[in-house]
Design a protein around this ligand. Structure first.
Ligand code: PLP
Length: 496
């Protein structure tokens, strides 16, 4: 049976999985959603004995129905290999009354690696299937994390090139070092003399330039994007929720069919949407706890039914969740308005025009699977210290936001179901905030000194991703003005 994808803004538009991956966004600005959510075909018991790659195949084959078994297995095997520092790929750690699902064992030690290590392979396979002859050029603007994860994923993948633009003074020194030391003959990193919005707008303008697209095509290239609304990123994220359930079952922490809760530190709503899809596939999940930091648009949405981005943007210690427009929420909105694409479009238009929208009571009633809460900066720091002191386990700031939201959920509901917390980054990625939370005395130490302290204190070896950049050579030093971005792309690709 083949599964098609339709646009959230026009249900008449239908494409195959590989076409949706190639396009990213529908022409009408909508997001692609599967016509139905498929059910798992294997029993939970059978899943319990499978490796990560095997679970990935069982889940992904149901969504990417126009991929052959060989094509999909090839993509999976090339993604989840020694780039990860553990065979388990996504280990579960029991601590402080919950199970932390560590999604940070890939190349850049954050959860975006889970999807960005397979996306390049899904994309090149999709290109072949649709007789695309051009090389795919990935163009990305980054405020730090996504750029590096995309570079690592696409590095040396045949048939692709990746160009990342970042704001020269708008990323952390470690983030910049991670990017400018990126290896791979097909990787290009460019600093722009502007801020993140300039970089983002520049990339959007290049994407929208029809004349440039024609020039590209004549030279054997076409653009694609690696951003988080691509179903090629969403589908691989469903896998680890199924895998975590399988591991709990295998370790006899739960019995077959027992319901668990899942807590997700949320920004763009991609990760938690994947957990929701897993529930709809038949995975026994009771509540999806959506955790926000001080930018608590989603908490307000779940409690009031109004989504309102008209508020101050707050910089927090969990920067990857500093977001006021959660793009992937559109997929949930579309679903709770019973796939009424006109209604969804109306709400999204209101969001772009007025910065807000309100859902109906009937739609609100369909949000019962979700519970929203948030953590302040003080609560985030305190939970890192408390969990470290009581268990020795050190979590990062994003995961800490989830830990706080879970504690608030427990206090509100007394629900004692076993709970998986998505642990989205290694504490080594946010060392300074983590160490300062544990003890103020660390404040005057240097970055790498802190890394060594954290390693001692947590009894965890320094991850390769950090070890590498201590000594890595700078391989990219291109800097350009905002208005030179297009020319820079031309120069990189050798076209004019
Ligand atoms: C991107 C990111 C998140 C947020 O995930 P969404 O899918 O955007 O909700 C949380 N934590 C970390 C470390 C991230 O990099």
């Amino acid at each position: 049976m083949s599964l098609l994808y339709k646009s959230t803004r026009n249900s008449e538009v239908k494409v195959t999985a590989s076409q949706a991956i190639l396009k990213g966004l529908a022409d009408d600005g909508g997001l692609f959603v599967p016509e139905t959510i498929p059910s798992l075909e294997v029993s939970l018991k059978d899943l319990a004995n499978m490796s990560y790659a095997e679970v990935a195949y069982e889940v992904m084959k149901l969504f990417l129905t126009d991929f052959t078994e060989e094509e999909l297995k090839n993509c999976i095997n090339r993604a989840y290999d020694s780039k990860f520092d553990t065979d388990e790929i996504a280990p579960l750690v029991k601590a402080d009354g919950a199970y932390y699902l560590e999604l940070f064992h890939g190349a850049t030690i954050a959860f975006k690696d889970m999807a960005l290590s397979i996306l390049p392979h899904l994309l090149t396979t999709s290109a072949k299937k649709n007789a695309v002859k051009n090389d795919i050029v990935i163009l990305t603007a980054t405020s730090g994390d996504t750029g590096k994860a995309a570079l690592a994923g696409f590095a040396d993948v045949e048939g692709t090139k990746i160009i990342v633009f970042y704001p020269k003074d708008g990323v952390s020194p470690i983030q910049e070092k991670q990017m400018v030391t990126q290896k791979g003959d097909n990787t290009y990193v460019v600093a722009i003399k502007g801020n993140f919005d300039d970089a983002q707008t520049g990339v959007k303008n290049i994407f929208g330039d029809k004349e440039f697209a024609k020039l590209m095509d004549e030279s054997g290239f076409q653009f694609s994007s690696a951003n988080s609304i691509n179903i090629g990123r969403l589908v691989p994220q469903i896998v680890y929720y199924v895998y975590s359930y399988a591991k709990l079952l295998q370790n006899e922490e739960i019995s077959e069919g027992e319901e668990i809760n899942v807590v997700v530190p949320t920004g763009n709503f991609g990760n938690i949407l994947a957990a929701f899809y897993a529930k709809n596939m038949g995975l026994p999940i009771k509540k999806l706890v959506c955790a926000s930091n001080d930018n608590k648009v989603l908490y307000d949405f779940f409690t009031t039914g109004e989504y309102n981005r008209n508020r101050e943007f707050i910089l927090t210690s969990s920067p990857s969740m500093d977001i006021l427009i959660s793009s992937n929420l559109e997929r949930l909105i579309y679903r709770i308005c019973d796939a009424d694409s006109a209604k969804n479009k109306e709400l999204m238009t209101s969001l772009s025009k007025e910065g807000k929208y309100e859902i109906t009571e009937a739609m609100k009633a369909q949000l019962a699977d979700f519970y929203g809460n948030y953590a302040t900066e003080a609560e985030t720091a305190k939970v890192i210290k408390d969990i470290y002191e009581s268990t020795g386990y050190v979590i990062d700031t994003h995961t800490a936001v989830a830990a706080v939201a879970y504690k608030k959920y427990l206090a509100d509901t007394k629900d004692n179901a076993k709970t998986v917390i998505a642990s989205t980054a290694s504490p080594f990625k946010f060392t300074r905030s983590v160490m300062n939370a544990i003890d103020a005395k660390y404040d005057n130490m240097g970055d790498f000194e802190l890394v060594d302290e954290l390693s001692k204190l947590s009894n965890v070896t320094v991850p390769n991703a950090i070890e590498e950049i201590r000594t890595a050579k700078v391989l990219h030093d291109t800097v350009c003005e905002v208005n030179e971005m297009k020319d820079t792309v031309k120069k990189i690709l050798g076209i004019n």
